[in-house]
Structure formats: structure tokens, C-alpha cells
Design a protein. Structure first.
Length: 452
């Protein structure tokens, strides 16, 4: 009998449990979520426990499916949590309210609650990471970083906080701070896949291609027991480095063995696959029949509309796979969805950014490069608003460059491409593109001049 000493989770946050045997499952969610490990799902083993926090965690887990039916699957859990919330602490009540707002589609309220939680309970790192997830999906990198900074003193002993800080810094283009935070996280815990991921972003942005390949290979042995997103996404990052070096056979092998096929039903695995196949094709690689398998899973997503960032990639994947009717149906559904949004930020993003991008992507996939160049050119300056990372959104920039080039707008391509080459001197992919552009424009190739 230890009721005189309150129960706490593994980070020291007091918890209210009807059944103390639920504590291990609850800790698996907290630790698994912040460490990107698959054991977060173990909280479902405690779903018979009506404790509000347990029910809120179960609801959150269902929401992470990022599918059209996720809110419906989450609702029984969050309703149970709300029904008993008066028996919980104020920290737990805020968790319940934040997840309820998410299930209801009210992300501004959810984010505000996670921000409040970070101020009042800075060691509630599961709440902090969920808040970062929402901010990321709305393209608000400064808010992601502010959330993590709230906890930097109270949770300095937790390696995963430094990984969260690292990605926040990186998405705010503060690369020096990002690298320092990532390396600190990895120093404290070599198996910190989110910090590996943040450092991969830094190295890709800074053109440290060879170093990035070596680094990711050196830590890849730790990518065990992770959720499918984290393991496939870190291998996706390794594939991007290899792609810059024109090591296409290795990229195809990584696609087949590590990126596609872990959990084919999951949104994030699908967009990793779409993005990598598209980049391979843009680099001139024949990907064979690989689009068809991905498209079979995308065909089930025509009415999802969870995030514009996801819908745009589903649309492009379907179109590249030759599923023209399905792609057009998704475009019609996006149009309808955009017209019915009521929350101000969401309405703006779906109507003013997602819609022109969707038209541009479909046009590119169908060979109408004039329309693609025009529509993507409209959307790209504001693309951050759809969410995703810089590295992920770069796909749309590559498609736009390809559309401009195929449309004969060589001067525009040169103006966009040369600064990329300057920033990425190790990129064989960009150098190859630049040679083609310079040839078309009658310009000398820098590779043949002595600048010393």
C-alpha cells in the first residue's frame, strides 16, 4: 500500500489512476512517444482503465493515424475521458481538453492548451511533443521552438527534449543551435532518432552530403523498436543524401528495403514513398512498376483531407501512377473541402495555397508544364503554411523547376538553380541540372573554368 506517495510517470509528473497496474502502459506511451518508439501503442493495453489521462492517451494514439476515420475511432476514448475529467488533476484535465480539441478539429485551442501546459508543467514532454506536432502541421516553426524552450531548464536531463529543441531550431533556420542541441541529445543518448533526423536536416541544408551519409550510416544500428514513421523517415533522409550523389541504385535499394513496406497503410510511410519515387523520376531514374503498389493504398484516401500537405502528395502519387480518375476525384474533393473550411487559418491555407498547388501538381503529372509552372509558382512562396519540413516541401520546388524547364523558361530556371548549386557544392544532382541549363542558355559551365 503506497497511496500516501502519489503515483508519477517516468518524467516525474503526478498521475491519477484508477488501476495502478496501468502505470507501465501509461509510461510506454509517454516514453515511446517522445523517443519515437513503437511501444507507445501499449497504452491501448490499459484502455479498460477509465482514468481520464489513460483515455486521452488512447484517443491521441488513434488520432496519429492521420486518416479520415481517426476522429471517429478516437471519440469513444475522449468522451470517456471528458466524462471523468473532474476526478483528474488540472494537468490531466488540460491533456484531456487538448486532445478533445484535436478530435474536434480545433487546432488553435489544442495548441494554446499545450503551450499553457509547457509553461505550467515543463516536464510533461509528451504534451510538449504533441504541441510541436500541431505547430509543425500548421507551418509555425517559431511556435515549435518556443514550446521546447519552455522546458529547457526543467527537463535538461532528458535527451529527447534536446532532440525536440534541435528540430525546432532547424525549422527556424537556426542551424548552429540546431546542430548543438542535436549533438547534445546524441551525447546523452546515442539512440535518439529524432536528433539524428534533426542533424540530417542540418547537414542536407548546409550541403554536407558525404558527412551526412556517413553520420546516418553510423547511427542506423540504433533504429530498432521505432515507430514506422521514424525508421522509414530516417532511411528516407539517407536516401536523399545518396540521391544528391547520383547513387541511384542505392536509393532504389533503400526504397525497396527500408522506406516502403514497413506499414504500407500509414500516411507517413506513404508520403515517404511518394516523395522518393518522385525525386528519383525527376533525377531521370526509371522507377519501374513501383508507383502501382503505392497508388493502391492512396486510392483509399480520396476523402481524407486531414492535412493539405498529405493530400497534395496523395494527388501527385495517384497521377504519377496513371490513376487519372482517382487523382481528379481527389482534386474535386479538395475543392469542396477547401470551400467548407470555417477556421480562418485553415480556410486560407486550403483555398489560397493548397488549391493552386494541387492544380499545378496534377498538371505536371499529366505533362501540362505551362499550367504546372504557373500554379506552382503561385503556391510556392506560401508553401510553408501547409506544414511539413523544408526537406519535405523541397519536392514541390523540384517539381516546379522541372515544369519551368520543360516549359522552356530557362532564364527563370537558371536564376533559381544556381543559388542552390552554390549552397550545395557536393551535389552531383544539381551540378548535372546546371550543366543542362547552361548549355541551353549558351553559358559556360563553371566546372570548366579556373576560379582559383
Amino acid at each position: 500500500m503506497q497511496h500516501d506517495r502519489p503515483l508519477t510517470d517516468s518524467l516525474g509528473n503526478p498521475v491519477t489512476l484508477r488501476d495502478e497496474r496501468s502505470l507501465a502502459a501509461l509510461n510506454d506511451f509517454v516514453e515511446g512517444f517522445i523517443a519515437c518508439e513503437a511501444r507507445a501503442v501499449n497504452v491501448l493495453q490499459a484502455q479498460a482503465d477509465a482514468s481520464p489521462l489513460v483515455q486521452a492517451y488512447c484517443a491521441a494514439l488513434h488520432m496519429f493515424a492521420e486518416s479520415a476515420d481517426a476522429p471517429r475511432n478516437a471519440r469513444p476514448f475522449i468522451e470517456q475521458a471528458l466524462a471523468h475529467a473532474h476526478q483528474a488533476s488540472e494537468r490531466e484535465q488540460r491533456w484531456v481538453a487538448a486532445v478533445a480539441a484535436w478530435v474536434d478539429g480545433d487546432l488553435p485551442r489544442a495548441i494554446a492548451l499545450h503551450e499553457e501546459q509547457a509553461r505550467l508543467h515543463p516536464r510533461d514532454l509528451a504534451s510538449l511533443k504533441l504541441g510541436q506536432y500541431h505547430c509543425f502541421n500548421r507551418g509555425d516553426s517559431p511556435a515549435m521552438l518556443r514550446l521546447a524552450l519552455q522546458a529547457q531548464h526543467a527537463a535538461a536531463d532528458v535527451p529527447y527534449l534536446h532532440g525536440m529543441l534541435a528540430f525546432g531550431w532547424e525549422q527556424c533556420h537556426r542551424l548552429k543551435e540546431a546542430e548543438a542541441a542535436a549533438r547534445h541529445a546524441i551525447h546523452r543518448c546515442r539512440k535518439e532518432p529524432w536528433a539524428h533526423h534533426a542533424l540530417a536536416h542540418v547537414m542536407l541544408t548546409q550541403g554536407r552530403i558525404a558527412e551526412g551519409i556517413d553520420f546516418m550510416a553510423s547511427v542506423s544500428d540504433t533504429w530498432t523498436g521505432l515507430n514506422s514513421f521514424m525508421v522509414t523517415h530516417n532511411w528516407w533522409h539517407q536516401a536523399l543524401f545518396l540521391l544528391e550523389q547520383d547513387r541511384h541504385a542505392e536509393v532504389i535499394a533503400l526504397y525497396d528495403q527500408q522506406v516502403w513496406g514497413v506499414v504500407k497503410e500509414y500516411t507517413q510511410d506513404q508520403i515517404n514513398a511518394i516523395s522518393l519515387l518522385a525525386r528519383l523520376e525527376l533525377a531521370g531514374v526509371d522507377v519501374g512498376p513501383r508507383w502501382a503498389d503505392v497508388a493502391d493504398h492512396l486510392a483509399l484516401r480520396l476523402a481524407d483531407h486531414v492535412l493539405p500537405f498529405l493530400d497534395l502528395q496523395y494527388l501527385y502519387g495517384l497521377a504519377r501512377a496513371g490513376r487519372t480518375e482517382a487523382a481528379r476525384a481527389l482534386l474535386r474533393n479538395i475543392t469542396t473541402h477547401a470551400a467548407t473550411r470555417t477556421e480562418a487559418h485553415e480556410r486560407t491555407v486550403w483555398q489560397q495555397v493548397c488549391m493552386p498547388a494541387a492544380h499545378g501538381l496534377l498538371a505536371h503529372a499529366q505533362g501540362d508544364c505551362a499550367t504546372a509552372a504557373e500554379k506552382l509558382g503561385t503556391a510556392l512562396p506560401r508553401l510553408v503554411e501547409i506544414g511539413g519540413s523544408h526537406a519535405q516541401r523541397d519536392l514541390f520546388h523540384q517539381i516546379w523547376l522541372d515544369a519551368l524547364q520543360r516549359n522552356g523558361q530557362w532564364a527563370a530556371v537558371q536564376n533559381l538553380l544556381q543559388p542552390l548549386c552554390n549552397a550545395q557544392p557536393q551535389s552531383a544532382r544539381l551540378a548535372r541540372q546546371a550543366r543542362r541549363v547552361n548549355q541551353a542558355l549558351g553559358l559556360p559551365d563553371p566546372a570548366h573554368e579556373d576560379f582559383e
